[in-house]
Design a protein around this ligand. Structure first.
Ligand code: HEC
Length: 245
């Protein structure tokens, strides 16, 4: 039996044993990454964010919404009764960094898309107590007053592309996206037309209720409205996703 003291007083032995322990820990964390393509389920409909939604996501991060809101519905009955189908790994595969969160001062937002109207979100973000009297959520009135700066949206998309998000820049990449997501979605993932697409989506949907301007509110509401809406769960058998758990 090796006594702890004899390990601690023998630097060589301590180093060797430390390395062994670290390698086991490393293997446990690293090896599964080589099988990630087999463990993340195949799901139709999940796509990267459009330029406008992406700017909304940046604002969500800037404002620290994740400090009070998770985006991860766990596979427990109480969770799916309240929030809907539990979150799939595939649903956050284009999120860098992911927004799973670890604190729920407010409700989970993974499937908040479509739950409320745009007007509700605008009113709620300007002053939550106008629509939910007991709310303790802070006010974010400046979102409605601040013009959205999207001058660097192409760079933001390029940065995400480096992490594996399939935004396109070349004709070949565009074609790959058309094959995978269809022409309409592929056009929105095109970095070269990002600014045009962003303006077009904001003006067509008028998320913030102000026709003439594109504000940070437009972007944030566009983002909130797409959360959890990409996968059509009626297409899958009830037990399908449990295979991957
Ligand atoms: C201090 C904690 C806190 C922060 C920060 C916060 N929220 Fe909330 N949020 C809440 C609470 C509590 C509720 C529940 C009461 C309500 O609806 O206002 C809530 C509710 C919501 C809802 C409605 C969810 C539902 O299903 O009814 C949305 C959407 C939302 N928050 C978005 C945001 C966004 C976007 C941000 C960042 C700009 C944010 N929240 C920041 C605490 C917070």
């Amino acid at each position: 039996m090796i006594k702890h003291e004899s390990i601690e007083t023998n630097a060589g032995l301590l180093i060797i044993l430390t390395l062994i322990v670290i390698s086991i820990g490393g293997l446990v964390e690293i090896v599964p990454l080589f099988f990630i393509n087999e463990t993340v389920e195949e799901v139709e409909g999940v796509r990267p964010y459009s330029a406008l939604e992406l700017r909304g996501r940046d604002i969500y991060q800037r404002e620290g919404c994740y400090l009070c809101h998770s985006q991860m519905i766990r596979p427990f009955r109480d969770e799916w009764l309240r929030y809907g189908h539990y979150s799939l790994a595939a649903e956050s595969k284009y999120d860098h960094p992911f927004q799973w969160g670890s604190k729920r001062t407010g409700p989970d937002l993974a499937r908040v898309g479509g739950k409320y109207s745009n007007e509700w979100h605008v009113a709620h973000l300007v002053n939550p107590r106008d629509v939910v009297p007991q709310s303790i959520m802070p006010n974010y009135p400046w979102l409605l007053e601040t013009e959205l700066d999207f001058s660097d949206v192409q760079d933001r998309m390029r940065a995400l592309k480096k992490t594996g998000v399939p935004y396109s820049e070349t004709q070949r990449e565009l074609q790959r996206n058309i094959d995978e997501f269809g022409a309409e979605v592929a056009a929105r993932l095109d970095i070269l037309h990002a600014e045009e697409n962003l303006m077009q989506q904001a003006l067509a949907n008028n998320y913030d209720g102000q026709r003439a301007r594109i504000t940070e509110m437009d972007a944030l509401v566009a983002y909130l409205q797409v959360l959890g809406t990409m996968v059509d769960f009626s297409k899958y058998d009830e037990g399908y996703f449990t295979e991957f758990r």
